[in-house]
Ligand binder design. Structure first.
Ligand SMILES: OCc1cccc(Br)n1
Length: 445
């Protein structure tokens, strides 16, 4: 049996040939449905985006954490009918455990906070960038994986937490060249809906399901929303009241409806006041229709959107003060957001803001004669030890080498030739000034 690296028996060569068919059709070279490869150009763009995520996280003094993509299914079993829990990429592993490829990261963050218990001092501010999965019938041909930047704060109960997170989002956009005329951030609070449900004496235990339904406002018809709410036992008066309040776009109107003593109102006013102090007030707007689709949000919620209205939400988040108790632990106030890697790239494309990230190297070293291949290796090695990126080329015509140098944006072309080498030197061509000169090897830096 052919042993794989994990020394568990895999296919014999004959079995492998049967699978592929000796000399017959090629295997399917595409990645699994709904997933992506990242060839060099795409990987450079992804690294550039993730480097900006990381830099903003550092600037906000967040610490990086990471988790397995594979999690226990139990972490994501929720009864509120969210799309995310109805599309779990779940399966039973060989040990009979129910596991999932995680659909989001917040539950893993909560799990680690609980696990670390008293050993973590609050507040804690963690960030991570990780791949998330869903299993959706490919009828809609949507992706099954994306990468998400998450920033979360545990231990801050005031809206200072949300204000910090929104600044991170604004800083990220500004770093990418996006401004507040391109993108806005809608802000509301689930306490708005909570207050409305109380006005209509709707039982608290329906709150989460109502949130998940009204999150679909704008995505499904008002009739469908009404139907789903009525099926929960919400009266038609309450349905109309809910939709009326959720269509408010003015905080002062909300205050007229709910009163200034209502927590939803005072918290939102505080957040908008902090936004002025942070200097990002022009980015945010109150919009009562924002509830976000995750069951566990309990307070302020927000989402960034492109003002042309062409794209899905760019990122979103909110407060989730009672997530830990759903895992049987003491609650710790928390807030966070998720920022996916797909919509932002569509927005950058639309705005002509994709950066030029061609492959770049410092030097190309090329022996003009194959007997100098050892010398060329020594020169390349010496430059690399000094931290220069070097592309060591051989078996190519000089014409190709010049084209290659242009293509990868090399700064210098270092030609190793017999005559120069006899003088202990090499020929250096500066590819930006086109200057060419001979350099003694021990002076080459
Ligand atoms: O935002 C929902 C979601 C979750 C996991 C994977 C993908 Br693609 N999308």
């Amino acid at each position: 049996r052919v042993l794989s690296s994990s020394s568990s028996p895999t296919l014999t060569q004959e079995e492998a040939d049967e699978v592929v068919g000796k000399g017959s059709s090629l295997i399917d070279v595409n990645p699994p449905r709904g997933t992506r490869d990242f060839p060099p150009d795409d990987m450079r763009l992804r690294n550039w985006l993730f480097q900006n995520f990381r830099e903003v996280s550092r600037i906000l003094s967040f610490e990086e954490v990471d988790f397995p993509v594979l999690e226990s299914e139990a972490l994501f079993i929720r009864k509120a009918g969210e799309e995310i829990t109805q599309q779990l990429y779940n399966f039973e592993d060989k040990g009979g455990r129910r596991v999932v490829l995680r659909p989001e990261i917040t539950p893993s963050l909560a799990r680690l906070v609980i696990k670390q218990g008293k050993s973590v001092s609050l507040p804690l501010k963690w960030f991570t960038i990780g791949q998330c999965w869903r299993y959706e019938r490919m009828t809609r041909g949507r992706r099954r994986e994306h990468y998400q930047w998450n920033m979360d704060i545990f231990g801050v109960s005031k809206v200072r937490g949300e204000a910090e997170l929104i600044q991170a989002i604004v800083l990220l956009f500004e770093r990418l060249g996006i401004n507040s005329s391109d993108v806005g951030i809608r802000v509301s609070s689930r306490k708005v809906l909570q207050a409305v449900l109380q006005m209509y004496a709707i039982p608290e235990n329906l709150f989460t399901q109502v949130c998940v339904i009204v999150d679909k406002l704008g995505k499904i018809t008002r009739e469908e929303i009404e139907k789903e709410l009525l099926s929960l036992g919400v009266s038609i008066q309450a349905v109309n009241g809910i939709i009326e309040v959720l269509s408010l776009k003015s905080l002062s109107k909300l205050e007229e409806v709910l009163g200034s003593e209502e927590e939803a109102v005072s918290e939102l006013k505080k957040l908008f006041s902090l936004a002025e102090s942070y200097g990002y007030a022009d980015w945010i707007c109150f919009d009562a229709s924002v509830v976000r689709g995750l069951a566990y949000y309990t307070g302020i919620v927000f989402e960034a959107f492109d003002r042309e209205g062409k794209l899905r939400a760019i990122c979103g988040g909110g407060r989730y003060d009672r997530l830990l108790s759903t895992f049987g632990s003491e609650d710790i106030p928390a807030c966070g957001f998720g920022f996916g890697d797909a919509v932002i790239v569509e927005l950058l494309k639309d705005k002509g803001l994709l950066p030029d990230l061609a492959h770049r190297v410092d030097d190309i070293v090329f022996p003009l004669d194959e007997v100098l291949d050892g010398t060329a290796s020594r020169i390349a090695s010496s430059l690399r030890k000094k931290g220069r990126s070097v592309d060591l080329v051989e078996d190519k015509r000089l014409k190709w080498v010049f084209k290659h140098a242009e293509r990868i944006g090399a700064s210098r072309l270092i030609l190793v030739g017999n005559s120069e080498w006899e003088r202990g030197a090499v020929r250096v061509k500066n590819l930006s000034t086109r200057e060419e000169f001979e350099v003694k090897i021990d002076e080459l830096v």
